[in-house]
Write a protein that binds this ligand. Structure first.
Ligand code: SDX
Length: 428
């Protein structure tokens, strides 16, 4: 196997080193290309460009494989729980009993947020979107812990920020829900585990004993595990680039929350349910909506379909679809949206337009149906995605810092006006 690539520009040949990963992925290392040749590359959307070498998550888009630190997602979803997967992503290995117990204890002890922050919630308009609240609140956390802004802090100080973020995000998210519903806040109950505590803060009310449903706890654990990391996606790349300026972890995660909000990314889970409700309200004519999705002149896209990397099936969608069936059966819920979604998938996957482009259901296609069955309101769906993705964002930020990667600053090819002199206004 060769260890260089040759490019020829204007009859000159340049040799560039090749990088090969542990899964035999090959990349041309262009880190010195401009210095050697004066030439840069260009790749809108970075569809063919790697930003880093990472040891956290591997995915194979052609085979529909996803592994966290080498462990297949199917095995983690079946056998693990979210905090254990968070530990794995952050530390590179599954915890032993003592390590897991310590991590759970550390997180449990930091679930409270500074009391002053509750006033921030009162300042938002009623029904403010949870993602707008969450990105603001995560950034605001840094003002209560100003030392977190100091660049190059000791590892144990960074670890405290990591623990605080993982512990407090569920509290911040549940508060967003309660303040929007104008319902009384519930303080975390630290006798509960991570997922139970979140469900308690979301749905318990002071006057009643909250009945924890193991079906819902299991489904929530699975969903958070399946969302925990996904290599260099839009929001993770955002977290890395913001962190590369030595901005704090709070600032980097707040930026990640904002990037995730977009309907082409994490906001798709909300957009899918809104799309299914529109199709149901419109009479459920599948062919009409499939044709709209295929029509280049129609802005409508089949939300929850397609993926930058998976050109076969998204392994997470398969697990979530099965969990969807299980949860709705166990809860005795018959959701028309699931029926429409399943039918839509069947119709689309027989249609050349989708098959030729490798467009299959992605992680967002069925997740909203489970969230809805659990009682999560639609504009909280992406906040749940953020809750799941948090350990992945942090692990990726940590890797960027540990590898001392340079500040992210892409180049460009200028295509604007060439040099010209100023013209006084009365001569224009
Ligand atoms: C997530 O990157 C990640 O890992 C993200 C994520 C994660 O875990 O972090 O997996 C989470 O963001 C999942 C994706 C959620 N988004 C959606 O479901 C929105 C709908 N999907 C699309 O907008 C689209 O598929 C993207 C954004 C997901 C991917 O876009 P790409 O890779 O830029 O592909 P593209 O837009 O260039 O599409 C290629 C072709 C185009 O047609 P042609 O120009 O070749 O004729 O496929 C078409 C597109 O028009 N196409 C769709 C479509 N998605 C792509 N046509 C109709 N409906 C769709 N959903």
């Amino acid at each position: 196997m060769s260890d260089t690539a040759k490019i020829i520009v204007d009859d000159k040949t340049y040799e560039l080193p090749l990088v090969r990963g542990t899964e035999n992925e090959v990349a041309i290392d262009i880190s010195k290309l401009r210095a050697q040749t004066g030439i840069i590359t260009i790749d809108p959307g970075f569809k063919n460009t790697g930003s880093t070498q990472s040891a956290i998550t591997f995915l194979n888009g052609e085979k529909g494989e996803l592994r966290y630190r080498g462990y297949p997602i199917e095995q983690l979803a079946e056998n693990s729980d979210f905090l254990e997967v968070a530990y794995l992503l952050l530390n590179g290995e599954l915890p032993n009993h003592e390590q897991k117990q310590q991590f759970e204890t550390d997180v449990t002890r930091h679930t409270l947020i500074p009391e002053d922050m509750k006033q921030f919630y009162e300042a938002f308009p009623s029904h403010a979107h949870a993602m707008g609240i969450l990105s603001s609140m995560v950034s605001s956390l840094s003002t209560f812990y100003p030392d977190s802004q100091i660049p190059n802090r000791a590892k144990e100080d960074v670890q405290l920020t990591i623990t605080r973020l993982i512990a407090k995000l569920p509290t911040l998210a549940a508060l967003a829900y309660k303040s929007n519903m104008n319902l009384p806040y519930m303080y975390p109950d630290n006798s509960l585990n991570y997922v139970e505590n979140f469900l308690y803060m979301m749905f318990a009310v002071p006057s009643e004993k909250y009945q924890m449903d193991p079906v819902i706890v299991d489904a929530m654990n699975k969903l958070l595990i399946l969302h925990a990391d996904h290599e260099q996606n839009c929001s993770t790349s955002t977290v890395r680039v913001v962190g590369s300026s030595q901005a704090s972890l709070y600032s980097s995660i707040s930026a990640g929350v904002s990037a995730l909000w977009g309907p082409l990314h994490g906001g798709a889970n909300q957009a899918v349910i809104e799309m299914l409700e529109t199709i149901i309200a419109d009479g459920g004519d599948m062919d009409k909506w499939i044709n709209k999705a295929k029509d280049k002149n129609d802005p409508f896209r089949l939300m929850g379909f397609g993926h930058r990397v998976y050109k076969n099936f998204d392994p997470r969608a398969k697990i979530i679809k099965k969990a969807c069936d299980d949860v709705l059966n166990k809860l005795g819920i018959n959701d028309k949206a699931l029926e429409i979604a399943t039918h839509l998938e069947e119709v689309a996957l027989k249609d050349d337009y989708f098959v030729e482009r490798g467009l299959y259901p992605n992680v967002d296609f069925y997740s909203g149906i489970i969230y809805r069955a659990i009682g999560i309101p639609t504009d909280m769906f992406t906040a749940l995605f953020a809750l799941g993705r948090l350990p992945g964002w942090i692990a990726q930020w940590n890797e960027m810092v540990d590898n001392k990667e340079p500040i992210g600053r892409p180049r460009q090819v200028y295509v604007g006006a060439t040099k010209r002199d100023y013209v006084p206004i009365d001569q224009r």
